[in-house]
Design a protein around this ligand. Structure first.
Ligand SMILES: NC(=O)c1ccc[n+]([C@@H]2O[C@H](COP(=O)([O-])OP(=O)(O)OC[C@H]3O[C@@H](n4cnc5c(N)ncnc54)[C@H](OP(=O)(O)O)[C@@H]3O)[C@@H](O)[C@H]2O)c1
Length: 232
């Protein structure tokens, strides 16, 4: 199927590559197609510029945000958190009735490292996006681990680990669960409606501490209980 991704950073590219390998047709949206297509400078993390990465991914179609939103009924938000609401609000009409998979995190780097959260406790970026797009089915997921783990859960050697999701619409959630399963995820926990974005986003400070402790972003958490988990 057609799947669109807003955001050309490491998250957008990782999902583009994965979904393309699974046989989907991928449209990846950017602010300026020409600027992104011709970019050559690596980012601060050493990731190659989109223009360099794209040479080995000719099957992925780089388009404007509007073209990306037009092209698919499933759209992934892989935009920087601080500008997500602003950019998504421009496309509110085109996004009506569609599924928006929200991976963004509300990170605030204005006071340096480590980042803080610009919304938390009584609200979340997932909820802000859902309020901005009241007729779109926003499903928050993937935001609690690094991009390589998001798209390749089996890359972690020591067994099953957990991915969360939340959102208001059950049909949309089931569609996203199918997609998550197709990536290889087996331990999927539905945390309820979109308000559960608060907790999912507030895991980030802990994620940063674990990253510092192990000096690698290639890890995840696993929920263990005495209950028999729901099988997807
Ligand atoms: N990195 C991870 O492993 C990871 C893990 C979990 C969640 N997340 C979340 O996933 C999202 C994407 O992360 P990322 O690291 O791939 O990329 P990012 O650098 O946070 O964002 C990349 C995208 O945001 C757009 N953008 C950035 N600043 C902008 C501005 N001032 N105005 C308009 N557009 C702007 C860029 O547009 P152009 O295409 O035009 O350059 C690009 O498409 C973020 O919300 C992040 O918090 C990241």
């Amino acid at each position: 199927m057609n799947i669109s991704i807003l955001g050309t950073g490491i998250v957008g590219r990782s999902h583009a590559e994965k979904l393309s390998s699974l046989g989907h047709t991928i449209f990846i949206g950017t602010n300026s197609v020409e600027k992104t297509r011709t970019s050559t400078k690596s980012d601060d993390m050493g990731n190659p510029a989109y223009g360099v990465w794209a040479i080995s991914h000719p099957e992925i179609q780089l388009v404007s945000f509007q073209e990306a939103v037009n092209a698919s009924d499933i759209v992934i938000n892989a935009l920087k958190g601080e500008i997500s609401v602003q950019i998504l609000s421009v496309y509110d009409q085109t996004l009506i009735g569609k599924i928006l998979i929200d991976i963004s995190n509300p990170l605030d780097f204005s006071t340096g490292m480590p980042p803080t959260l610009f919304v938390s406790n009584t609200d979340s970026l997932g909820e802000q996006i859902q309020r901005t797009l009241p007729k779109t089915n926003v499903i928050k997921t993937f935001n609690t681990m690094s991009a390589p783990v998001q798209v390749n859960p089996k890359s972690l050697a020591h067994g099953e680990h957990t991915i969360f999701l939340c959102g208001n619409d059950l049909v949309a959630k089931n569609t996203v669960i199918s997609l998550i399963k197709s990536y290889g995820w087996t331990h999927i926990i539905d945390l309820g409606d979109i308000r559960a974005s608060r907790g999912m986003e507030m895991l980030l400070p802990n994620w940063l501490s674990i990253w510092q402790k192990y000096n690698t972003p290639l890890f995840n958490i696993k929920i263990v209980t005495n209950e028999i988990p729901t099988q997807y």
